[in-house]
Design a protein around this ligand. Structure first.
Ligand code: DQA
Length: 147
């Protein structure tokens, strides 16, 4: 099984950016941890990060014939990108939305996700663990025994 992890804007600043909110580990550490975890689950993981809406949209479109699922943290695009929402709806690839922080405990604008309704589900506030849970959820969704 092949899964694409998409991290959106400013997530390349993990470890440096608001460590009290997002922790002290870098994006590279997150991606390496996820690749190691995915291996134990017989999942082939590809990690992608972009600060650009169009590149994220392209990655979603191109996922269709390459990946069985997407784990996506759209960053601040979550709160206003109808274009990313439409991209998710335009493909058959199942998407699980992840947020490292508990967006409901923060500024009110973070409580709204315009993308979540287009996804299978959302995992919020569990730190990096959220990404691992999303991988497990996609795997279960597809049926545990398939490759
Ligand atoms: C975030 C929450 C968003 O509100 C914020 O803009 C981010 C990160 C999270 O992972 O908690 O960039 O998606």
């Amino acid at each position: 099984m092949k899964i694409l992890v998409i991290n959106g804007p400013n997530l390349n600043r993990l470890g440096l950016r608001e460590p009290e909110v997002y922790g002290t580990k870098s994006l590279t550490e997150l991606e390496q941890e996820l690749i190691n975890f995915a291996e134990t689950q017989k999942v082939e993981l590809t990690c992608f990060q972009s600060n650009h809406e169009g590149d994220i949209i392209d990655a979603i479109h191109e996922s269709e014939n390459q990946f069985h699922g997407i784990v996506m943290n759209p960053g601040a695009f979550t709160h206003y990108s109808y274009a990313i929402r439409d991209a998710i709806v335009s493909v058959t690839t199942p998407v699980i939305e992840v947020h490292i922080s508990n967006v409901h405990k923060r500024e009110s604008f973070r409580s709204e996700s315009v993308t979540a309704a287009a996804t299978v589900g959302q995992i919020v506030g569990l730190g990096f663990q959220g990404y691992r849970l999303a991988i497990l959820a996609l795997k279960e969704l597809r049926g545990g025994t398939q490759k």
